[in-house]
Design a protein around this ligand. Sequence first.
Ligand SMILES: NC(=O)c1ccc[n+]([C@@H]2O[C@H](COP(=O)([O-])OP(=O)(O)OC[C@H]3O[C@@H](n4cnc5c(N)ncnc54)[C@H](OP(=O)(O)O)[C@@H]3O)[C@@H](O)[C@H]2O)c1
Length: 269
Amino acid sequence: MTNSTGSSSGVAVITGASSGIGKAFAERLASDGYDIVLVARRRDRLESVAREIKAAGASAEIIVADLAQSHGLDMVEQRIQAGDVSLLVNNAGFQTYMPFVDLSIDRAQEEVAVQVTAVMRLSHAALPAMIARGEGAIINVSSLLCFSGSLKSPFMPKRSVYAATKAFITMFSELLAAELQGKGILVQALCPAVVRTEFHDIDGKPVLRPNVPVMEPGDVVNASLAGLRQGDTICIPALEQVGKLSAVGDANRALFDAGRGAELAPRYR
Ligand SMILES: NC(=O)c1ccc[n+]([C@@H]2O[C@H](COP(=O)([O-])OP(=O)(O)OC[C@H]3O[C@@H](n4cnc5c(N)ncnc54)[C@H](OP(=O)(O)O)[C@@H]3O)[C@@H](O)[C@H]2O)c1
């Protein structure tokens, strides 16, 4: 049986599967024939998603784990190292939209643990078996904000740590995809803009500026899986003009070439 990624079905591990985009991935991948492993901290939510998936006739297992803690990360790594995972969705995450100096450094560290360390370690755990089978895929949920370093709009959230972790995810995914070319493994950085999830909640209530375009989680998942089938390493769900994305690559290459000299630029002498 082939599935949404165009490869044979197997086990899909989804982090952050208790709500939002991760839950939408779990539901869609279960209906596509995957056996699902759901990872997050809230047991009740995971059990409810697992019940839904099982009621629809698919298989679901849960791992209650905090990916910011080494114990939680170890548990998920060990499950992945069983070697049967054909799709890993590194989706768990949260925002810390506030000025950097106001952000608790422990919270910032947690964000790096979940959105950098866990993404890197779980990918590392999954790849050996995928390479041995010559088949597999990793979807890393980044954000359109990974491209926002030069945007100075006062309406944009303060996001130094959040967007930097997403920049890691996008660059890591691009370079990993290039390293793995020809090995039958697809890697994607999924870069949505604003999505209707609990991500935007404050004290349990949605807080979104009016007039901001908001995408539904199911559409983000549809774009990601369609993009995977098309071989898109970077998937921006609302982007129709792919030339805008290749222009970023062209600009990076031009900058790289122009910045490689052995001599100081005159403006720095
Ligand atoms: N919503 C947007 O506008 C948007 C836009 C671009 C990118 N994204 C990205 O999309 C991803 C999913 O977010 P979402 O929008 O679906 O928000 P969400 O509904 O709040 O889901 C976040 C998920 O991450 C899990 N999570 C958070 N911290 C965790 C930890 N320490 N250990 C394990 N799991 C943890 C949460 O589960 P528990 O609380 O149960 O642990 C939850 O399942 C994130 O990486 C986010 O950065 C979101």
